[in-house]
Design a protein around this ligand. Structure first.
Ligand code: HEM
Length: 547
């Protein structure tokens, strides 16, 4: 159940923002109308609380809780592996029965979707995840762009962006984590991952508009002057208008390919993959001749564009949305993940020294360059990132729309209902780590607030016996995050750069525990997120950074 002091702190935070007050007021008026008409409520006698706030329902508790593990675990203890939540007038069932989830997450009797009104208004409904015929070829292309050789090709660009940021922090001797991770996430997603080539457009302007656009994505979809949602819709229009001329050539080229492939999705995807192979071959030959090789230009935005064409969205106005989609997939998720990762590492001197020891071995074996081979020889550092993502998963899992009945233990959910798997809860009840004790508020292996050294144990990932069985931060099944290997690479690159030269120390050691906003993403209390960078006496070299 919600604690009174947390509720008061959360509400105070929310009510201090006039835009949120306005939005809540409008939502409440709508809520009362909906509630009075008897739409809210339930037709099914299934487990879970259904007497909650009118319209807003459990969204209020999700919005003001500072501990998602505790909230979800308390519901699990009360109602079991399937329970109901009422979110802004919609009912969703949180399911933590792994066997039942396996089918759902393989698109068996379920459709992947993001049921946030604000999100779908801003991103549009292009069917990239939810329509099988579009998802298959789309995923193939994305995987090729950011995995295997595609991933290695991204390393120089990612390292370049990171070196620029790290050099700036090093000069200042400190870094404000929240702002820094935001700026880095946006630069990485725009300049490297979405690989946006601007001719006339100013990059600074583009990034500013993207900030406004993404800020409106997770709030209430209420059009009020000055609300984040209204500002985001306006930014979307500005971005589309500015990007259309930039996308004209790429769009015309895709139109040609689409016709040449006989308007067949799989044929178009196959042609693009062949094209990528030819470009790689040409790059290898150029290298052999001692010339500068250009890596293939088949990026996520081409994959997105292909998906749009397969779904029949072939207008020039749709093309800029590929860029917005690619940046959104990579920017906020990366930003919030880096933020919690850096904070957790900064909270443990023991872990920092282990990372430094591993870096000494990597430099001895591979030299100072952060090459793909060196980066794949950092199991401890990778375990640190996974452990931070296990304890504080970025985002809140994903939702599926049932197309057929789902049996989960003794509960049967009919087609048409929404199923939500929640990573915090799944990680709480991990069969390897959880002893089944329900007398605690949060199981010890998730309780980093009260048991930091015991909970944050990267070592557990390094042996088959202790390795967590549930790890849902990046999803699971056929929609498993396509960018997960890229994210690991990014996390390792930037942390290797930092730890080789510095010890990290949080100015407010309890900064993470003090965060009052955690849903949909973790946000610090302003001014508490400074990390001091203390130079090491015997640093290791970091190529590209002259410190
Ligand atoms: C730490 C950062 C990230 C987190 C926590 C994250 C999380 C997730 C999750 C949970 C899903 C599954 C959604 C579902 O099941 O419906 C997903 C899917 C996806 N992610 Fe990520 N993601 C991150 C970064 C990225 C990046 C950098 C990219 C860009 C390459 C990316 C691209 C995608 C794509 C394309 C999908 C859809 C895959 C499909 O439907 O087949 N993600 N991500």
């Amino acid at each position: 159940m919600l604690e009174p002091e947390l509720a008061v702190a959360g509400l105070r935070g929310l009510l201090s923002d006039p835009r949120i007050v306005g939005t809540l007021f409008a939502a409440l008026i709508a809520a009362l109308a909906v509630w009075a008409s008897g739409i809210v409520g339930t037709k099914l006698h299934l487990p879970g609380p259904y007497i909650t706030w009118p319209f807003l329902g459990d969204a209020v508790e999700l919005g003001i809780t500072s501990d998602l593990s505790r909230l979800m675990f308390s519901r699990f203890k009360k109602y079991g592996r399937v329970f109901r939540l009422n979110l802004l007038g919609h009912t969703a069932f949180v399911v933590s029965d792994e066997a039942a989830l396996r089918g759902v997450l393989s698109d068996d009797g379920a459709i992947a979707t993001i049921p946030f009104r604000a999100f779908s208004d801003l991103m549009g409904e292009y069917g990239t995840q939810s329509v099988k015929e579009i998802h298959g070829p789309w995923r193939k292309l994305i995987m090729a762009a950011v995995n295997g050789r595609g991933l290695s090709e991204l390393v120089p660009g990612v390292a370049g962006v990171m070196a620029r940021h790290v050099a700036g922090w090093a000069q200042a001797g400190r870094v404000e984590l929240f702002q820094a991770s935001h700026a880095m996430g946006l630069d990485l997603s725009t300049d490297v991952i979405a690989n946006v080539h601007f001719t006339a457009l100013d990059r600074g302007w583009f990034k500013q508009q993207m900030r406004t656009f993404t800020a409106g994505m997770w709030g209430l979809p209420v059009r009020l002057p000055g609300s984040d949602y209204s500002a985001a819709l306006a930014a979307k229009e500005r971005l589309i208008a500015a990007l259309m001329p930039e996308m004209r050539d790429a769009h015309a080229a895709m139109l040609k390919r689409w016709e040449a492939a006989g308007r067949s999705g799989p044929a178009l995807a196959a042609a693009l993959l062949e094209e990528q192979e030819r470009q790689r071959e040409a790059a290898r030959e150029a290298e052999a001749r001692g010339q500068k090789a250009t890596p293939p230009d088949l990026s996520i935005k081409e994959a997105m564009l292909t998906a749009y064409f397969i779904g029949g969205h072939t207008a020039l106005r749709d093309a800029p949305m590929t860029i917005l989609n690619a940046v959104v997939a990579a920017a906020d998720t990366t930003r919030f993940s880096l933020f919690t990762f850096w904070a957790m590492v900064a909270m443990s001197t023991r872990v920092q020294e282990e990372i430094f020891g591993e870096q000494q071995r990597v430099v001895a074996a591979h030299g100072p360059e952060l090459t793909p081979a060196a980066l794949s020889s950092m199991p401890y550092l990778e375990a640190c990132f996974k452990e931070a993502m296990r304890l504080l998963p970025t985002g809140g899992g994903a939702v599926r729309h049932l197309t057929k009945e789902l049996k989960a233990g003794s509960v049967t959910l009919p087609a048409g209902e929404w199923v939500w798997y929640h990573p915090h809860l799944m990680h709480c009840i991990d069969p390897v780590l959880w002893d089944g004790d329900t007398s605690v508020d949060v199981p010890a292996h998730m309780d980093w607030r009260n048991n930091f050294e015991g909970a944050f144990r990267p070592e557990r990932w390094l042996s088959e016996e202790t390795k967590p069985k549930y790890y849902f931060t990046f999803g699971s099944g056929v929609h498993l995050c396509a960018g997960v290997n890229l994210v690991y690479l990014e996390a390792k690159l930037v942390m290797a750069m930092l730890v080789r030269r510095f010890r990290l120390r949080l100015s407010a050691p309890d900064m993470l525990a003090r965060c009052t906003r955690v849903f949909p993403f973790m946000q610090p209390v302003p001014g508490t997120d400074k990390v001091e960078l203390l130079p090491r006496e015997q640093p290791l070299p970091v190529p590209g950074i002259d410190l």
